[in-house]
Design a protein around this ligand. Structure first.
Ligand SMILES: Cc1cc2nc3c(=O)[nH]c(=O)nc-3n(C[C@H](O)[C@H](O)[C@H](O)COP(=O)(O)OP(=O)(O)OC[C@H]3O[C@@H](n4cnc5c(N)ncnc54)[C@H](O)[C@@H]3O)c2cc1C
Length: 429
């Protein structure tokens, strides 16, 4: 054995106070709070962070379209979806958005807010990665990158952590912050779920959340690229009623729909399909008018324009690609002609058009996969975790933080808030 290998072997035999697996949002926050509590108490921190990728915080630096929507001023239990949302929300309240904003302010990251969504004032997501990385290293965290963990064991109160290069590290306490299965390009391939299951943890089946949905809508060729404000109502064949409703901007793509309301309802649609139920989304393009009002509005506008081409008049009120789609679906053709229609025909056809504008049906046939998801639903069940310190009941000394747990937040900074909160609490303990 060479001297370097011998030195590496002896170093890895050290039993560290804490090992953190995963250097994402939760792992960096856990390292920060673990080191801070030690130094504030007059101790020298002994924290080792093992990251599978060549760099920490890869996903963090890509969040919020590179701007990082790191929390939200509006907080409610419904923003944290889980098998046990009540517990998730109690945990959030142990280290909430205000405490998060203030912690980052103390680290030099000032928050700015738009409609409740909070961003760093410089609007650069990598600020969080760089500041946290720099701070945890200066507080004493040792970071090893390209250490992809493939095994965890515990004997005589010591955890041993094995990496894919067969190096083994030991610690008294272990914090697991490996994220979920969403966006594997950032290092989160969900490998740890199988490992944790073997250790006896109950894992709620991980599925994508906050992702686009695929549809069999035959008009996608026309609608691709169109962005429209509407109200989206998800229904299921099994339940027979509306499961989830949200207004916002949707985007049609080559094979489906996305946009914030679709991302927010995707987890429910995915669960319906997973249960074998059919589901779809009804799009209401005029949510502020009831059907009668919309019919009257369209009819009176068209009639008051005299002999203007009906299609041209309507395209001032409705997106022309959507209009083209609806005309096809209704087998009417106003767009090219400037024919004079009689009022009865116009009333009748605009009535049918209004009905479609109020509830345009899009069948959902699938999702766009973990590759295109922003987060994971499912994961380590919260029942097995002590909400006061994120410690496992089954394995004292083992803690969890972040997306690896069964919590998926809505769009708006809630997933990062969950990572900050749980990372902070786990590290502090
Ligand atoms: C494109 C995109 C944009 C997003 N934007 C936002 C946003 O604006 N606001 C918001 O709130 N949320 C956003 N999210 C979601 C948010 O980024 C995640 O929920 C959050 O980063 C989860 O933090 P985490 O620390 O639990 O996991 P991650 O940040 O995913 O970190 C996990 C880390 O563990 C490492 N790892 C995994 N397995 C192993 C292993 N076996 N051994 C060693 N290391 C391992 C990974 O390489 C990774 O670095 C976005 C997600 C994506 C994909």
């Amino acid at each position: 054995m060479s001297d370097t290998l011998i030195r590496e072997y002896h170093r890895s035999r050290e039993v560290h106070d804490k090992i953190i697996i995963g250097g994402g949002a939760a792992g960096l926050m856990a390292a920060y709070s673990a080191c801070k509590i030690s130094t504030d108490g007059g101790f020298v921190p002994d924290v080792l962070l093992l990251e599978g990728k060549e760099i920490v915080g890869k996903k963090l630096a890509a969040t919020g379209n590179g701007k990082c929507n790191f929390t939200n001023m509006y907080q409610d239990i419904c923003c944290y979806r889980s098998d046990n949302s009540a517990k998730a929300y109690r945990i959030i309240n142990n280290f909430d958005n205000q405490k998060t904003i203030s912690l980052f302010r103390n680290l030099g990251i000032i928050s700015t807010e738009r409609k409740g969504y909070c961003y760093p004032i410089g609007e650069q997501a990598r600020t969080f990665r760089d500041v946290l990385k720099e701070r945890v290293i200066s507080l004493g965290t040792v970071i090893y990158t390209e250490k992809y963990v493939i095994g965890i064991d515990k004997s005589d109160s010591v955890f041993s952590v094995t990496c894919s290069d067969l190096s083994v590290y030991y610690s008294k306490k272990l914090i697991i912050c490996v994220g979920g299965s969403a966006a594997p390009v950032f290092g989160t391939d969900g490998n740890m779920f199988g490992l944790l299951e073997k250790m006896g943890f109950k894992i709620i089946k991980p599925k994508p959340a906050l992702c686009g949905l695929r549809t069999d809508c035959k008009y996608l060729k026309i609608l691709e690229g169109v962005r429209l404000k509407c109200e989206c109502s998800l229904y299921s064949s099994k339940r027979g009623n509306i499961i989830y409703k949200e207004q916002g901007e949707i985007i049609f793509s080559k094979n489906g729909i996305s946009g914030i309301p679709i991302l927010n309802l995707s987890r429910f649609a995915i669960n319906e399909l997973d249960d074998g139920n059919k589901c779809g989304v009804l799009l209401d393009f005029f949510p502020d008018m009831n059907l009668r009002k919309l019919k009257d509005y369209l009819t009176s506008t068209v009639i008051s324009c005299g002999d203007g081409a009906v299609g041209v008049v309507l395209s001032a009120l409705v997106n022309d690609k959507l209009l083209k789609t609806l005309f096809r679906e209704l087998s009417i053709d106003y767009d090219t002609s400037s024919k004079v229609y009689d009022v009865r025909t116009i009333r009748n056809e605009l009535g049918r058009l209004s009905e479609m504008l109020k509830s345009f049906n899009v069948n959902i046939i699938g999702d766009t996969g973990f590759e295109n998801a922003q987060t994971t639903q499912g994961g380590v069940i919260l029942k097995e975790i002590d909400e006061n310190n994120m410690e496992s009941y089954k394995y004292p000394g083992l803690y969890f933080a972040g997306e690896v747990l069964d919590v998926d937040g809505m769009c708006g900074g809630y997933n990062l808030q969950w990572a900050w909160t749980t990372g902070y609490i786990a590290g502090r303990n």
